[in-house]
Ligand binder design. Structure first.
Ligand SMILES: Nc1ncnc2c1ncn2[C@@H]1O[C@H](COP(=O)(O)OP(=O)(O)OP(=O)(O)O)[C@@H](O)[C@H]1O
Length: 271
């Protein structure tokens, strides 16, 4: 069987019925209290099986980051909602969770190597084990030649790759990505999407990715959650029926890709 035939026959990564649940949100809402209250989220229900790649899209300010931060235990949801990660109610940052934001959290005075190992060290992974994990991670992310450099000596794309490495070295079961490549130029972003997909295909963590890019969502995800204007809630839960493995040239040329992207554009009021 040729590689291209296999591509057509390989199903999209829909989890089977016995798959454990990675993230479960039930009636999760959020109002930021202040001089003027901001209602960020209307009740959201969302169940994500382990190993699924989910993209979250929606208008600016609709509460996507807030939703991700609630899952990460960085923001408290309003009372009454239920937030569970791997079957446990969220109270503080759950174990097994990796987070990458649009702006990286690399420490400027530490080398790339030290930064990539930092999250794992803070999570209590022994020094020797971190030292074992970091080099292959740098290799995987194409940063081997930059291990001894500092963040300011890297390009924007390299810094985001290092931030991704920092999360991945902790071997998270669930990866929360909040516009991780949003500040990068289109070409670098495309390249990092391909890398992200390659890594995900190897490690198969659960991924929740917030993105503004319809093309990025369709290319990467098994499923796309579309949110309404603020206060955000789920208005559409779309399955992306495009076979894996995916590569940019072939996948974007598929009629299913165009159809899904057009449907999303309509839902988001872009066209
Ligand atoms: N800590 C906070 N205090 C008060 N209001 C907040 C806070 N964080 C977010 N908000 C408000 O909640 C709403 C949702 O913000 P959020 O960042 O979640 O949206 P978003 O969909 O991620 O936006 P974008 O796509 O522009 O990044 C916005 O109106 C924002 O101003």
């Amino acid at each position: 069987m040729t590689r291209s035939t296999r591509r057509v026959m390989e199903p999209s990564a829909s989890p089977g019925p016995g798959t454990p649940t990675a993230v479960r949100l039930g009636g999760v809402s959020k109002t930021f209290r202040g001089r003027e209250d901001v209602r960020a989220l209307d009740p959201v229900d969302l169940t994500v099986p382990a190993g699924e790649f989910v993209a979250i899209v929606g208008p600016s300010g609709c509460g996507k980051s807030t939703l991700l931060r609630i899952v990460a235990g960085l923001v408290d949801a309003d009372p009454g909602g239920r937030v569970e990660v791997q079957g446990r109610p969220v109270d503080g940052t759950p174990p097994g969770l990796g987070v990458v934001f649009q702006t990286h959290n690399l420490l400027p005075w530490r080398t790339v190597e030290a930064n990539v190992g930092l999250g794992a060290r803070l999570a209590g992974v022994p020094k020797a084990e971190v030292a074992r994990r970091v080099p292959p991670m740098l290799e995987m992310l194409g940063l081997s030649g930059f291990a001894g450099k500092h963040p300011h000596e890297l390009s924007g794309g390299m810094r985001q790759r290092a931030a991704l490495g920092q999360a991945l070295v902790c071997r998270p079961d669930i990866l929360l990505l909040d516009e991780p490549f949003g500040a990068l130029d289109a070409l670098t972003r495309d390249r990092l999407n391909v890398e992200l997909l390659r890594i995900w295909q190897e490690l198969r963590q659960t991924v929740l990715l917030v993105t503004h890019s319809i093309a990025e969502a369709v290319f990467l995800a098994d499923r796309i959650i579309v949110m309404s204007q603020r206060p955000g809630t789920v208005v559409e839960d779309l399955r992306v029926d495009i076979a894996r493995p995916r590569d940019p040239a072939t996948t974007r040329a598929l009629p299913e890709f165009t159809e899904t992207a057009q449907r999303l554009s309509r839902l988001m009021g872009v066209t």
